[in-house]
Design a protein around this ligand. Sequence first.
Ligand code: TXA
Ligand code: MG
Length: 343
Amino acid sequence: MHTKIIKIKSSRQLTLQIKKLAKTIQSGGLVVFPTETVYGIGADALNGKAIKKIFKAKGRPSDNPLIVHIADKKDLGLLVRSIPKKAELLIKKFWPGPLTIILKKSKFVPLSVTAGLDSVAIRMPSNKIALALIRNSKTPIAAPSANLSGKPSPTCAEHVITDLAGKVDVIIDGGKTSIGLESTVIDLTSKVPTILRPGKITLAQLRKVIGKVNLHKDNGQISKIKSPGMKYRHYAPNAKLFVIKGTKEKIKNEILSMLKELKKQKLRVGVISFSYANYRSDSVQYFGKNYALAAKSLYSTLRDFDKKKIDIILCEGLEKKELALALMDRLERAAGKNIIEVI
Ligand code: TXA
Ligand code: MG
Protein backbone atom coordinates (compact mmCIF):
# COMPACT_ATOMS: atom_id res chain seq x y z
CA MET A 1 0.00 0.00 0.00
CA HIS A 2 1.24 3.50 -0.81
CA THR A 3 1.17 5.71 2.28
CA LYS A 4 0.54 9.42 1.73
CA ILE A 5 2.32 11.76 4.10
CA ILE A 6 0.56 15.05 4.67
CA LYS A 7 2.23 17.86 6.56
CA ILE A 8 -0.08 20.21 8.41
CA LYS A 9 1.56 23.27 9.92
CA SER A 10 -1.19 25.88 9.91
CA SER A 11 -4.95 26.18 10.26
CA ARG A 12 -5.09 27.07 6.57
CA GLN A 13 -3.45 23.77 5.61
CA LEU A 14 -5.77 21.95 8.01
CA THR A 15 -8.84 23.49 6.37
CA LEU A 16 -7.53 22.56 2.92
CA GLN A 17 -6.80 18.92 3.77
CA ILE A 18 -9.38 17.91 6.33
CA LYS A 19 -12.28 16.93 4.05
CA LYS A 20 -10.14 14.46 2.13
CA LEU A 21 -8.68 13.01 5.31
CA ALA A 22 -12.16 12.58 6.76
CA LYS A 23 -13.23 10.77 3.58
CA THR A 24 -10.46 8.24 4.10
CA ILE A 25 -11.83 7.51 7.58
CA GLN A 26 -15.40 7.34 6.28
CA SER A 27 -14.46 4.87 3.58
CA GLY A 28 -12.87 2.52 6.11
CA GLY A 29 -9.22 3.60 5.70
CA LEU A 30 -6.46 4.15 8.24
CA VAL A 31 -5.27 7.66 9.05
CA VAL A 32 -2.42 8.32 11.49
CA PHE A 33 -2.93 11.61 13.30
CA PRO A 34 -1.21 13.55 16.08
CA THR A 35 -2.74 13.99 19.51
CA GLU A 36 -1.29 15.96 22.42
CA THR A 37 0.01 12.69 23.93
CA VAL A 38 1.32 10.47 21.10
CA TYR A 39 0.34 9.78 17.49
CA GLY A 40 -2.64 7.48 16.99
CA ILE A 41 -3.55 5.12 14.14
CA GLY A 42 -7.20 5.91 13.52
CA ALA A 43 -10.18 4.22 11.89
CA ASP A 44 -13.97 4.60 12.06
CA ALA A 45 -14.80 3.15 15.49
CA LEU A 46 -18.19 1.91 14.30
CA ASN A 47 -16.80 0.00 11.31
CA GLY A 48 -15.66 -3.48 12.38
CA LYS A 49 -13.78 -4.11 9.13
CA ALA A 50 -11.77 -0.90 9.46
CA ILE A 51 -10.95 -1.79 13.08
CA LYS A 52 -9.48 -5.13 11.99
CA LYS A 53 -7.08 -3.25 9.72
CA ILE A 54 -5.66 -1.38 12.75
CA PHE A 55 -4.81 -4.62 14.52
CA LYS A 56 -3.18 -5.97 11.36
CA ALA A 57 -1.11 -2.84 10.63
CA LYS A 58 0.25 -2.69 14.20
CA GLY A 59 0.64 -6.43 14.67
CA ARG A 60 -1.48 -5.92 17.78
CA PRO A 61 -2.92 -8.94 19.62
CA SER A 62 -6.70 -8.96 19.10
CA ASP A 63 -7.36 -9.22 22.85
CA ASN A 64 -5.97 -5.71 23.47
CA PRO A 65 -8.80 -3.15 23.25
CA LEU A 66 -8.62 0.28 21.60
CA ILE A 67 -9.43 3.78 22.84
CA VAL A 68 -12.31 5.54 21.07
CA HIS A 69 -11.72 9.24 20.41
CA ILE A 70 -14.53 11.78 20.26
CA ALA A 71 -14.60 15.52 19.55
CA ASP A 72 -17.75 16.57 21.40
CA LYS A 73 -18.98 15.63 24.84
CA LYS A 74 -22.42 14.85 23.50
CA ASP A 75 -20.99 12.00 21.39
CA LEU A 76 -20.26 10.06 24.55
CA GLY A 77 -23.95 9.18 24.94
CA LEU A 78 -23.93 6.99 21.83
CA LEU A 79 -21.01 4.91 23.03
CA VAL A 80 -21.86 4.11 26.65
CA ARG A 81 -24.84 2.71 28.55
CA SER A 82 -24.90 5.51 31.11
CA ILE A 83 -22.75 8.39 32.30
CA PRO A 84 -22.16 8.24 36.06
CA LYS A 85 -21.70 11.43 38.10
CA LYS A 86 -17.95 10.81 38.55
CA ALA A 87 -17.50 10.56 34.79
CA GLU A 88 -19.30 13.89 34.36
CA LEU A 89 -17.03 15.54 36.90
CA LEU A 90 -13.86 14.21 35.27
CA ILE A 91 -15.01 15.17 31.79
CA LYS A 92 -15.85 18.68 32.91
CA LYS A 93 -12.43 19.12 34.45
CA PHE A 94 -10.11 17.26 32.07
CA TRP A 95 -11.66 17.08 28.59
CA PRO A 96 -10.42 17.83 26.03
CA GLY A 97 -7.12 16.43 27.32
CA PRO A 98 -5.00 13.42 28.18
CA LEU A 99 -7.55 11.45 30.21
CA THR A 100 -9.22 8.23 29.02
CA ILE A 101 -12.24 6.97 30.92
CA ILE A 102 -13.63 3.44 30.86
CA LEU A 103 -17.39 2.95 31.06
CA LYS A 104 -19.90 0.19 30.19
CA LYS A 105 -20.23 0.10 26.42
CA SER A 106 -23.40 0.58 24.37
CA LYS A 107 -24.49 -1.82 21.64
CA PHE A 108 -23.12 0.51 18.95
CA VAL A 109 -19.49 -0.13 19.85
CA PRO A 110 -18.20 -3.18 17.95
CA LEU A 111 -16.68 -5.93 20.07
CA SER A 112 -13.57 -5.77 17.89
CA VAL A 113 -12.87 -2.31 19.38
CA THR A 114 -13.20 -3.50 22.97
CA ALA A 115 -11.60 -6.90 22.34
CA GLY A 116 -14.78 -8.59 23.51
CA LEU A 117 -15.03 -6.59 26.76
CA ASP A 118 -18.29 -5.14 28.01
CA SER A 119 -16.58 -1.79 28.63
CA VAL A 120 -15.15 0.87 26.34
CA ALA A 121 -12.27 3.33 26.76
CA ILE A 122 -13.02 6.87 25.57
CA ARG A 123 -11.12 10.11 25.36
CA MET A 124 -11.44 13.57 23.85
CA PRO A 125 -8.02 14.77 22.70
CA SER A 126 -7.15 18.47 22.72
CA ASN A 127 -4.96 18.48 19.59
CA LYS A 128 -6.60 20.63 16.90
CA ILE A 129 -5.82 18.27 14.02
CA ALA A 130 -7.24 15.32 15.96
CA LEU A 131 -10.42 17.21 16.83
CA ALA A 132 -10.92 18.41 13.24
CA LEU A 133 -10.41 14.89 11.88
CA ILE A 134 -12.99 13.40 14.24
CA ARG A 135 -15.54 16.18 13.66
CA ASN A 136 -15.25 16.07 9.88
CA SER A 137 -15.39 12.27 9.80
CA LYS A 138 -18.71 12.51 11.67
CA THR A 139 -17.92 9.31 13.53
CA PRO A 140 -15.90 8.41 16.63
CA ILE A 141 -12.35 7.31 15.79
CA ALA A 142 -10.72 4.28 17.41
CA ALA A 143 -6.99 4.82 17.71
CA PRO A 144 -4.21 3.02 19.53
CA SER A 145 -0.74 4.52 19.53
CA ALA A 146 0.71 4.47 15.99
CA ASN A 147 3.70 2.25 16.68
CA LEU A 148 4.33 -1.38 15.84
CA SER A 149 3.10 -3.46 18.76
CA GLY A 150 5.76 -3.57 21.48
CA LYS A 151 7.73 -0.55 20.22
CA PRO A 152 7.86 2.88 21.91
CA SER A 153 4.86 5.09 21.05
CA PRO A 154 5.51 7.67 18.32
CA THR A 155 5.87 11.32 19.30
CA CYS A 156 6.65 12.64 15.81
CA ALA A 157 5.80 11.65 12.24
CA GLU A 158 9.26 10.24 11.62
CA HIS A 159 8.65 7.55 14.29
CA VAL A 160 5.38 6.62 12.60
CA ILE A 161 7.01 6.45 9.16
CA THR A 162 9.66 4.07 10.53
CA ASP A 163 7.00 1.73 11.93
CA LEU A 164 4.01 2.02 9.61
CA ALA A 165 4.94 3.33 6.14
CA GLY A 166 3.23 1.08 3.59
CA LYS A 167 0.72 -0.18 6.16
CA VAL A 168 -1.67 2.78 6.45
CA ASP A 169 -3.40 5.08 3.93
CA VAL A 170 -2.24 8.41 5.33
CA ILE A 171 0.16 9.75 7.95
CA ILE A 172 -0.56 13.32 9.05
CA ASP A 173 2.64 15.06 10.09
CA GLY A 174 1.59 17.55 12.75
CA GLY A 175 4.99 18.01 14.37
CA LYS A 176 6.15 16.85 17.80
CA THR A 177 3.49 15.92 20.35
CA SER A 178 3.48 18.14 23.41
CA ILE A 179 3.08 15.64 26.27
CA GLY A 180 4.89 12.60 24.90
CA LEU A 181 3.38 9.90 27.15
CA GLU A 182 0.02 8.19 26.54
CA SER A 183 -3.12 9.39 28.34
CA THR A 184 -3.97 8.48 31.92
CA VAL A 185 -6.53 5.63 31.80
CA ILE A 186 -9.11 5.45 34.58
CA ASP A 187 -11.64 2.63 34.95
CA LEU A 188 -15.00 3.90 36.20
CA THR A 189 -16.71 0.50 36.02
CA SER A 190 -15.05 -0.76 39.21
CA LYS A 191 -16.47 0.03 42.66
CA VAL A 192 -13.62 2.39 43.37
CA PRO A 193 -12.36 4.22 40.25
CA THR A 194 -9.00 2.73 39.33
CA ILE A 195 -6.08 4.10 37.34
CA LEU A 196 -5.05 1.39 34.88
CA ARG A 197 -2.32 3.47 33.24
CA PRO A 198 -0.72 6.52 34.87
CA GLY A 199 -0.12 9.62 32.73
CA LYS A 200 0.11 13.39 32.78
CA ILE A 201 -3.10 13.72 34.78
CA THR A 202 -2.01 12.45 38.17
CA LEU A 203 -3.59 10.40 40.95
CA ALA A 204 -3.74 13.51 43.16
CA GLN A 205 -5.50 15.55 40.45
CA LEU A 206 -8.11 12.81 39.96
CA ARG A 207 -8.68 12.39 43.71
CA LYS A 208 -9.26 16.11 44.03
CA VAL A 209 -12.20 15.85 41.63
CA ILE A 210 -13.85 12.50 42.50
CA GLY A 211 -12.47 11.45 45.90
CA LYS A 212 -11.21 7.90 46.34
CA VAL A 213 -9.18 6.54 43.43
CA ASN A 214 -7.10 3.36 43.45
CA LEU A 215 -3.91 2.77 41.55
CA HIS A 216 -3.94 -0.55 39.77
CA LYS A 217 -0.92 -2.64 40.71
CA ASP A 218 0.25 -4.77 37.87
CA ASN A 219 0.36 -8.36 39.03
CA GLY A 220 -0.31 -10.51 36.04
CA GLN A 221 -3.59 -12.16 36.86
CA ILE A 222 -5.74 -9.18 37.72
CA SER A 223 -4.21 -7.09 34.97
CA LYS A 224 -5.10 -9.70 32.38
CA ILE A 225 -8.75 -9.11 33.10
CA LYS A 226 -8.62 -5.45 34.07
CA SER A 227 -6.44 -4.00 31.37
CA PRO A 228 -5.49 -6.49 28.73
CA GLY A 229 -2.89 -4.18 27.23
CA MET A 230 -0.77 -4.19 30.37
CA LYS A 231 0.30 -7.80 30.11
CA TYR A 232 2.35 -7.27 26.96
CA ARG A 233 5.92 -6.03 26.85
CA HIS A 234 5.71 -2.39 25.90
CA TYR A 235 7.65 0.64 24.83
CA ALA A 236 10.70 -1.51 24.28
CA PRO A 237 13.72 -0.31 22.28
CA ASN A 238 16.02 -2.88 20.64
CA ALA A 239 18.64 -2.20 23.30
CA LYS A 240 18.36 -3.97 26.64
CA LEU A 241 17.11 -1.44 29.19
CA PHE A 242 17.97 -1.62 32.89
CA VAL A 243 16.26 0.55 35.51
CA ILE A 244 18.39 1.02 38.62
CA LYS A 245 16.55 1.82 41.85
CA GLY A 246 17.68 2.89 45.31
CA THR A 247 18.94 6.03 46.98
CA LYS A 248 20.46 8.66 44.66
CA GLU A 249 24.01 7.97 45.80
CA LYS A 250 23.63 4.21 45.46
CA ILE A 251 22.07 4.49 41.99
CA LYS A 252 24.94 6.67 40.83
CA ASN A 253 27.63 4.31 42.17
CA GLU A 254 25.91 1.28 40.69
CA ILE A 255 25.65 2.90 37.25
CA LEU A 256 29.28 4.02 37.40
CA SER A 257 30.41 0.50 38.21
CA MET A 258 28.14 -1.06 35.56
CA LEU A 259 29.56 1.38 32.99
CA LYS A 260 33.09 0.23 33.82
CA GLU A 261 32.13 -3.41 33.47
CA LEU A 262 30.17 -2.94 30.24
CA LYS A 263 32.96 -0.91 28.67
CA LYS A 264 35.34 -3.82 29.30
CA GLN A 265 32.89 -5.97 27.37
CA LYS A 266 33.04 -3.45 24.49
CA LEU A 267 29.29 -2.85 24.61
CA ARG A 268 27.74 0.44 23.54
CA VAL A 269 25.93 1.95 26.51
CA GLY A 270 23.33 4.72 26.77
CA VAL A 271 22.35 6.40 30.04
CA ILE A 272 19.13 8.18 31.02
CA SER A 273 19.66 10.26 34.13
CA PHE A 274 17.69 12.59 36.34
CA SER A 275 20.10 13.39 39.12
CA TYR A 276 23.78 12.84 38.14
CA ALA A 277 24.82 14.70 34.98
CA ASN A 278 28.40 13.50 34.54
CA TYR A 279 28.25 9.87 33.47
CA ARG A 280 30.74 9.15 30.71
CA SER A 281 29.25 6.84 28.14
CA ASP A 282 28.48 6.45 24.41
CA SER A 283 25.30 8.51 24.80
CA VAL A 284 23.89 10.27 27.84
CA GLN A 285 20.47 11.86 28.12
CA TYR A 286 20.28 14.01 31.25
CA PHE A 287 16.87 15.49 32.15
CA GLY A 288 17.50 16.71 35.67
CA LYS A 289 14.24 17.37 37.52
CA ASN A 290 12.47 18.44 34.35
CA TYR A 291 10.07 15.48 34.26
CA ALA A 292 7.78 17.19 31.73
CA LEU A 293 10.71 17.34 29.31
CA ALA A 294 11.61 13.74 30.14
CA ALA A 295 8.02 12.68 29.35
CA LYS A 296 8.07 14.61 26.11
CA SER A 297 11.41 13.18 25.01
CA LEU A 298 11.45 9.67 26.50
CA TYR A 299 10.28 7.75 23.44
CA SER A 300 12.47 9.67 21.01
CA THR A 301 15.41 9.09 23.35
CA LEU A 302 14.74 5.34 23.26
CA ARG A 303 14.43 5.37 19.47
CA ASP A 304 17.60 7.50 19.14
CA PHE A 305 19.55 4.99 21.20
CA ASP A 306 18.49 2.32 18.71
CA LYS A 307 19.66 4.48 15.83
CA LYS A 308 23.02 4.90 17.55
CA LYS A 309 23.22 1.10 17.89
CA ILE A 310 23.31 1.24 21.65
CA ASP A 311 23.38 -2.29 23.18
CA ILE A 312 22.51 -1.48 26.78
CA ILE A 313 20.57 1.41 28.34
CA LEU A 314 21.00 2.24 32.02
CA CYS A 315 18.33 4.43 33.56
CA GLU A 316 18.19 6.05 37.00
CA GLY A 317 15.02 5.10 38.90
CA LEU A 318 12.74 7.81 40.31
CA GLU A 319 10.40 7.95 43.26
CA LYS A 320 6.99 6.99 41.86
CA LYS A 321 4.85 10.06 42.34
CA GLU A 322 3.06 12.55 40.11
CA LEU A 323 4.47 12.59 36.57
CA ALA A 324 7.43 10.44 37.66
CA LEU A 325 4.91 7.65 38.33
CA ALA A 326 3.98 7.63 34.64
CA LEU A 327 7.62 7.85 33.56
CA MET A 328 8.60 4.93 35.76
CA ASP A 329 5.59 2.92 34.58
CA ARG A 330 6.78 3.17 30.96
CA LEU A 331 10.44 2.64 31.82
CA GLU A 332 9.76 -0.44 33.94
CA ARG A 333 7.55 -1.94 31.23
CA ALA A 334 10.28 -1.33 28.68
CA ALA A 335 12.81 -2.91 31.07
CA GLY A 336 10.70 -6.02 31.67
CA LYS A 337 12.60 -8.04 34.27
CA ASN A 338 15.74 -5.90 34.15
CA ILE A 339 15.13 -3.92 37.30
CA ILE A 340 18.02 -3.60 39.69
CA GLU A 341 17.44 -2.63 43.33
CA VAL A 342 20.60 -1.38 44.99
CA ILE A 343 20.45 -2.22 48.69
O1 TXA B 1 -2.78 8.88 24.71
C1 TXA B 1 -3.37 7.88 24.31
O2 TXA B 1 -4.19 7.28 25.02
C2 TXA B 1 -3.03 7.37 22.90
C3 TXA B 1 -3.54 8.40 21.89
C4 TXA B 1 -3.39 7.92 20.47
O3 TXA B 1 -4.87 8.72 22.18
N1 TXA B 1 -3.61 6.08 22.68
C5 TXA B 1 -3.14 4.94 23.27
O4 TXA B 1 -3.80 3.78 22.89
O5 TXA B 1 -2.21 4.93 24.05
P1 TXA B 1 -3.23 2.32 23.17
O6 TXA B 1 -4.12 1.41 22.43
O7 TXA B 1 -1.80 2.27 22.83
O8 TXA B 1 -3.47 2.09 24.69
C6 TXA B 1 -4.77 1.86 25.18
C7 TXA B 1 -4.73 1.22 26.54
C8 TXA B 1 -4.29 -0.22 26.45
O9 TXA B 1 -3.44 -0.51 27.56
C9 TXA B 1 -5.59 -0.97 26.55
O10 TXA B 1 -5.45 -2.28 27.06
C10 TXA B 1 -6.41 -0.08 27.47
O11 TXA B 1 -6.05 1.23 27.08
N2 TXA B 1 -7.86 -0.26 27.27
C11 TXA B 1 -8.60 0.08 26.20
N3 TXA B 1 -9.89 -0.28 26.37
C12 TXA B 1 -9.98 -0.84 27.58
C13 TXA B 1 -11.03 -1.42 28.33
N4 TXA B 1 -12.27 -1.48 27.88
N5 TXA B 1 -10.74 -1.90 29.56
C14 TXA B 1 -9.48 -1.84 30.05
N6 TXA B 1 -8.43 -1.31 29.39
C15 TXA B 1 -8.67 -0.83 28.17
MG1 MG C 1 0.12 1.71 22.73
